[in-house]
Design a binder for this molecule. Structure first.
Ligand code: KIV
Ligand code: ZN
Length: 510
């Protein structure tokens, strides 16, 4: 049985999803979860892109043991040096450098000849090799490159020291048959290919990223690049949970498996959703809310008789246990801390105190507290966006014959500011008041609300997307009162806008 390496790029390509930017603390939380999940490589960021990316890679390198920590770098000396600075403290480290190889990119974007692109690629792999043994090279837009030239570049970078050659379907253009053939051709034509691992990096523009990656495995690929929930540039990347479970469930076909601890899949998916604000569609394979929901009477009847009639994966395999009543009003700090640990959250004493306070308040309003409630509750603790604004009070009047009115009190950098506003509904009134207090120029692109568990006393979770000067951010808030949850989500997003000083705005992303 071959073991296929899982190279997780949630923190790099995944972060390129519009609005999915994560701060250093959030990235560290995700990286620690990726470690628990058992990924082989964490692409922690693109070191030269911004000081935030650099700091995150550095922090992950210092704190996360087990997986190889990798930084992306263009085929430029300053990128490679910055990548090295960011990863040098990691236990296991890798530099991933790339250069386009397709004529479309070379002619219109980079304006360099094939020869020049080859020369730069080789030179930069050699430079990276001077810092680390583990060097990965990607010929960007490989699937639209001339196959002869592509093989020439791959052979040359392996000679220069690349230990992994990654074949990206950058624009998600390929199909399973064609992509599989490409991997086979590379194996047949590249003389020194046995000295490197073939990796694949598929985008999902045609919804084929998982199928293409699996086809590559059948044709000899030994590493798959993927992201949690399939997030990433445009339509996203190959989804980790799909590709891992396909390999596990159909070992008979692939004769391959991964090192992934699949019981951590749901937790990883939920953490990434919480931190990025990118909801998973309900019918998404493996991690969607409906992935294990059986609606049809015939299916339910079969399941009751024998699970294998309609279930190809046991929910427990991915860490999905029946929602359990865990804590209540009389639960103490110790029980709360223990449950958090079991859920995989390590909080500082201060974070724990704050979360416990909120837990007690919630327990007063809601009799039964489920794991999902606890996760929502502490997401405010793990998202450490500097709080320039915080919601102190909110009073709403509304009703059938009432003009919706919101009295809002915010703490703005230590000063209390109050405002009363009207709107066409309570959320509109509250948002108008907050907008006036903060003077924001942002516009609200998206507002989503969902209930975290069942029952009318459930926590409501609100996600908003704001846009300001071409930048998008997402904010989230949870409360048993959905107007309060809405206000919290808006304030959270405004804090993100206020604290965003990313140099990504200067450095173009790959
Ligand atoms: O999609 C792509 O080509 C990339 C490379 C940098 C690997 O993300
Ligand atoms: Zn990509």
């Amino acid at each position: 049985m071959r073991i296929i390496r899982i190279f997780d790029t949630t923190l790099r390509d995944g972060e390129q999803s519009p609005g999915a930017t994560m701060n250093v603390h959030e990235k560290l939380q995700v990286a620690k979860q990726l470690e628990r999940l058992g990924v082989d490589v964490i692409e922690a960021g693109f070191a030269i892109a911004s000081p935030g990316d650099f700091e995150a890679i550095k922090a992950i390198s210092a704190e996360v043991k087990g997986p190889v920590i990798c930084s992306l770098a263009r085929a430029k000396a300053e990128d490679i040096e910055r990548a090295w600075e960011a990863i040098k403290d990691a236990e296991k480290k890798r530099i991933h450098t790339f250069h386009s190889t397709s004529d479309i990119h070379l002619k219109y974007q980079f304006r360099v000849s094939r020869e020049e692109a080859l020369r730069r690629s080789v030179e930069m792999v050699r430079l990276a090799k001077g810092y680390v043994d583990d060097v990965e090279f990607s010929p960007m837009d490989a699937t639209r490159s001339d196959i002869g030239y592509l093989c020439e570049v791959i052979q040359a970078v392996i000679d220069a020291g690349a230990t992994t050659v990654n074949i990206p379907d950058t624009v998600g253009y390929s199909t399973p048959d064609e992509f599989g053939r490409l991997i086979r051709t590379i194996r047949e034509r590249v003389r020194n290919i046995d000295r490197a691992v073939i990796s694949v990096h598929c985008h999902n523009d045609l919804g084929l990223a998982t199928a293409n990656s699996l086809s590559a495995v059948l044709n000899g690929a030994g590493q798959i690049e993927c992201t949690i929930n399939g997030i990433g540039e445009r339509a996203g990347n190959c989804s980790m949970e799909e590709v891992v479970m396909a390999l596990r469930v159909r070992r008979d076909i692939f004769n391959a498996d991964t090192n992934i601890n699949t019981e951590e899949i749901i937790r990883s998916s939920r953490l990434v959703t919480k931190i990025t604000g990118l909801f998973v569609q309900p019918n998404k394979a493996i991690v969607g809310a409906n992935a294990f929901a059986h609606e049809s009477g015939i299916h339910q009847d079969g399941l009751l008789k024998e699970k294998s009639t309609y279930e190809i994966i046991r929910p427990e395999t991915i860490g999905l246990h029946k929602t359990r009543f865990v804590l209540g009003k009389h639960s103490g700090r110790h029980a709360f801390r223990t449950r958090l640990k079991e859920l995989g959250y390590e909080l500082t004493d201060e974070e724990l105190n704050n979360a416990f306070e909120r837990f007690k308040r919630l327990a007063d309003q809601k009799k039964e507290i489920y794991d999902e409630d606890i996760e929502a509750l502490i997401s405010e603790e793990i998202s450490t966006v500097p709080e320039i604004y915080s919601l102190v009070d909110l009073k709403i009047t509304c009703g059938i014959n009432e003009r919706p009115t919101a009295f809002t009190r915010l703490n703005v950098n230590g000063q209390i500011v109050e405002m009363t506003e009207h709107g066409d509904g309570p959320v509109d009134a509250a948002y108008r008041a907050i907008a006036r207090i903060t003077g924001t120029r942002s516009s609200l692109l998206k507002y989503e609300v969902k209930s975290i568990t069942g029952g009318t006393d459930a926590l409501g979770e609100v996600m908003v997307t704001l846009e300001e000067d071409g930048r998008t951010v997402r904010g989230s808030g949870a409360d048993t009162d959905i107007i309060v949850a809405s206000a919290k989500a808006y304030v959270n997003a405004l804090n993100k806008l206020a604290s965003r000083t990313k140099a990504t705005d200067k450095e173009p992303r790959p």
